[in-house]
Design a binder for this molecule. Sequence first.
Ligand code: AMP
Ligand code: FE
Ligand code: FE
Ligand code: ZN
Length: 274
Amino acid sequence: MSNTLPYADLHLHTIYSDGSMQPYEVLQYAEKYKFKAVSITDHDTVSGIEESIKEGKRLNIEVISGIELSAVVEEEEIHILGYCIDWQDSRFLNELARLKVKRENRIKKMLAHLERLNIKINIDELINFAGSGTIGRLHLAHFLCNKGIVDTVYEAFDKYIGKHKPAYERVNALTVKEAIELIIKYGGIPVYAHPALNRMDSIIPSMIEYGLGGIEVYHSSQSKKELETYMALAEENGLLVTGGSDCHGKGKLNILIGKVKLPYYYVEMLKTMT
Ligand code: AMP
Ligand code: FE
Ligand code: FE
Ligand code: ZN
């Protein structure tokens, strides 16, 4: 069945970062909701892209290459999406390999904090649980759940690993400038992810100076009012509009794919920017 409705979801996670689904399963959901295009945007990795493209070809769904980079600004962690990036470039893959190691080291620090709270987690067991991709807090939250240390993923964030909580450790990530420049260096378009979650709109002008290309206006955690605010901001600054559900599969309470529908028109705009 071909997809006639012109919508896209440009923010999706797979098991290669902290999503619960394989890329082919995400694509099957995309078919169910009749998306014309999707982008797999795993945290600091492009490992899910090849399989997504393969499944996308089979299902006649366009797959835009993507990534969600963590970046630090003013002691805060924000996320920068990179679209249409050269995901096969070996120099880019080397940069990502370094970020993967930094993520593992950061999780080790978080386990040390937990140990001081008398919660002992075996690092090898956790890394094995997280799989071959990048490791993050959502993996640790699920692991704490499975071990019966917390009842829900949300409790894990609330008590231990959320920001300002006793076992929190920031990703030793790129600066925002570095993240934007890295994406541009490898042919991608940098987009500020879910700005309403950070409430740091004052940083947007400097991000534009570094080369920001777009802003994620449509997002499952942003209200209609926030959508309108960021739509206006995008228009005022000549930024591309993007959007997606940020579905992590069953990793969060709901499977969010299908909840956000970005008009395909914006994908066409995105492609003119490459
Ligand atoms: P990390 O990049 O390892 O810091 O993990 C960030 C990821 O953790 C986000 O993309 C979400 O998937 C998840 N996350 C962050 N805060 C929460 C929260 N309060 N509840 C559930 N998931 C969260
Ligand atoms: Fe995530
Ligand atoms: Fe994010
Ligand atoms: Zn995301």
